[in-house]
Design a protein around this ligand. Sequence first.
Ligand code: FES
Length: 132
Amino acid sequence: MYTDKVMDHFSNPRNVGQIENPNVVVKVGDPGCGDAILIFLKIDSGVIVDIKYKVYGCGAAIATTSMASTMVKGRTLEEALEITDESVAAALGGLPETKQHCSNLAATAIRAAVTRYMHPPEEKVAGQADPH
Ligand code: FES
């Protein structure tokens, strides 16, 4: 059974949507179930000032992504990196055993987005020869 908090976030997910001109966008999927999240962050002076997402997934994936978004909005990048599937599940009052993995999607996506922002993949300089 789901807790009231899970049902609340599933029925009324917070921060759903898309950010125009985000600082970083990341897509993370769970190959086990096929569910996926597209997450957008707006970052200013090391703080996540806005977060939006689109979820293709189960009810628990929606609820956990919603809760995770509220946990990192207004937080520093360092604080956001500390989010875990356990902390998201705990904030929701727990998840059924078979749904534990669903919280991993949101926590992984947020950590991946922050990490990409802090360490962006190197871009090739136009006109530069590729040594490979
Ligand atoms: Fe895939 Fe829940 S079943 S995230």
